[in-house]
Ligand binder design. Structure first.
Ligand code: HEC
Length: 226
């Protein structure tokens, strides 16, 4: 993942400016300039530092009621996931296991992503029908289900949401392979005589019994295509 907000931001701004200007729309003779209201409708991203959060507030206690009505049919009453729908709670300490359970609590890095995603995409099939206050309450309830908020009446709002930390945040960091694996990334790749000693054969597929011995057995196992 690239973390070059300035570069991307500049490119996006340039594109927006090019298309938002009425002159460009007229010159290309397609579409029309997006209205400020339309841009406002699209511009709903929320960043980890809280930038982009709408004014609003909510609590886990309020969120629980909304969750049971609008989310539990898929995600279960306690975020445990109904059937094969995604789990939203639990999974703490499972990330290094053979079957990691990745949830908002165990895996996600920032609370802003919870707000952004729920506001943008949920409930599945009726996206963007939640008000900011409902989204704050649902975010609080998801944090409460994951034991990140302990008080169900704690008010989450646009000022304090970004100050709440998720346990897995530290495991998301800038790609450091160029320094952490310096040798691997900067050494001139070996192209000849790279093995420290002569290669030796340590096993044969025939002995491991994965290759049929006789031609007849071979034919039996893979009948000719009709
Ligand atoms: C009709 C079923 C359905 C309903 C109702 C629903 N969701 Fe979802 N939810 C999904 C599906 C499917 C996904 C996975 C979407 C994807 O990966 O693109 C998902 C993903 C999520 C995720 C991300 C999970 C993860 O770790 O990737 C969150 C958070 C979430 N939903 C919250 C909610 C909330 C809050 C509500 C109620 C307002 C809600 N959902 C209602 C089906 C539903």
């Amino acid at each position: 993942m690239s973390r070059s907000p300035n570069g991307i931001g500049a490119a996006v701004t340039a594109v927006l400016l090019a298309f938002a200007s009425p002159a460009a729309a007229e010159r290309l003779n397609i579409g029309r300039a997006a209205s400020p209201e339309e841009i406002k409708g699209w511009d709903i991203d929320v960043r980890p530092d809280g930038q982009g959060l709408p004014v609003g507030k909510g609590t886990a206690a309020l969120g629980e009621t909304i969750f049971q009505e609008r989310c539990a049919s898929c995600h279960g009453e306690f975020g445990e996931g109904a059937g094969r729908w995604p789990e939203l709670a639990g999974g703490a300490g499972t990330l290094k296991s053979d079957s990691p359970v990745k949830t908002v609590g165990s895996y996600w890095p920032y609370v802003s992503t919870v707000f952004d995603f729920v506001h943008r995409a949920m409930p599945f099939g009726a996206a963007q029908t939640l008000t900011p206050d409902e989204t704050y309450s649902l975010t609080a309830y998801l944090l409460y289900l994951n034991d990140i908020l302990k008080d169900q009446d704690f008010e989450v709002n646009e000022k304090n949401l970004a100050t709440i930390r998720l346990p897995n945040e530290k495991n998301f960091f800038m790609d450091d392979r160029e320094t952490a694996e310096k040798e691997f990334w900067t050494a001139k790749p070996c192209m000849t005589d790279c093995l420290p000693k002569e290669a030796t054969i340590t096993g044969r597929a025939r002995i491991l019994d994965v290759t049929p011995d006789k031609a007849s057995e071979k034919a039996k196992e893979s009948p000719p295509v009709q």
